[in-house]
Design a protein around this ligand. Structure first.
Ligand code: AP5
Ligand code: MG
Length: 215
């Protein structure tokens, strides 16, 4: 199963990718998570990426294309993968097509998660993440049992630096300008499936699984 989860910031790409990873035992490839790990470790790439990420802008195409090209060659991608947050520009989509072509692979589906703008802002301002295991929460829609502590591992929960309202609005603008054209791009390729991301998380998951089972 070779899948892209497409959608604006807060659409639920990460949430759904984690559920799909558990279900199908294929890796989630999140360029956002890979970049945040590089920022945390202060690698040269992380230091460069941080300015773009904090401003809500996209990291340059060549950086993310390089990350994904390398990641797709790993053994655990043999049975498939879920791309979460990549591609985000037409140039990235073209690069992905040529990388997959070189590996003799083709995408099975591109699922576009559709969520209203004001719901996205509410989801992102209320998002919390475990600093140890990475599990995601939402203060209202998926709260931890004990405030500020991860149910799964007891780690502390944190709020992402780019989850403040001003940066969220900028990220949403960037999505509209640079990423939304990919909906038409993949519709044209005959692989696009639009899923209503306003539904509860498990309903969205069921709908994605139905799309995949129809393939
Ligand atoms: P990235 O980390 O990819 O952020 P994003 O695209 O802005 O998306 P998010 O992770 O914010 O949202 P999500 O869709 O994963 O939502 P989630 O499941 O967490 O990228 C960050 C930055 O890195 C970019 O701005 C850019 O600078 C850089 N970058 C990354 N990739 C790049 C690329 N390819 N090219 C260039 N630059 C790149 O859900 C959000 C919240 O909602 C959670 O709290 C969750 O619990 C809740 N929730 C989820 N589903 C539901 C539901 N159905 N109902 C109610 N609540 C829900
Ligand atoms: Mg995410």
């Amino acid at each position: 199963m070779k899948l892209i989860l497409l959608g604006p910031p807060g659409a639920g790409k990460g949430t759904q990718a984690k559920m799909l990873t558990d279900r199908f035992t294929i890796p989630q490839i999140s360029t956002g998570d890979i970049l945040r790990a590089a920022v945390k470790e202060s690698t040269p790439m992380g230091i460069k990426a941080k300015t773009f990420m904090d401003g809500g802008a996209l990291v340059p195409d060549e950086v993310v294309v390089g990350i994904v090209k390398e990641r797709l060659q790993k053994d655990d991608c043999q049975r498939g993968f879920i791309l979460d947050g990549f591609p985000r520009t037409v140039a990235q989509a073209d690069a992905l097509k040529s990388t997959l072509g070189g590996l003799g692979k083709e995408l099975d589906a591109v699922v576009s998660l559709e969520v209203d703008t004001e719901a996205l802002v509410e989801r992102l301002t209320g998002r919390r993440t475990c600093k140890d295991c990475g599990r995601g929460y939402h203060v209202k829609f998926d709260p931890p049992r004990a405030g500020g502590i991860c149910d799964a591992c007891g780690g502390k929960l944190f709020q992402r630096d780019d989850d403040n309202e001003a940066t969220i609005r900028k990220r949403l603008d960037v999505y509209g300008q640079q990423t939304m054209p990919l909906i038409a791009y993949y519709r044209n390729d005959g692989v696009l499936a639009e899923v209503d991301g306003m539904q509860p998380m498990d309903v969205v998951q069921q709908r994605i699984v139905s799309v995949l089972q129809a393939k």
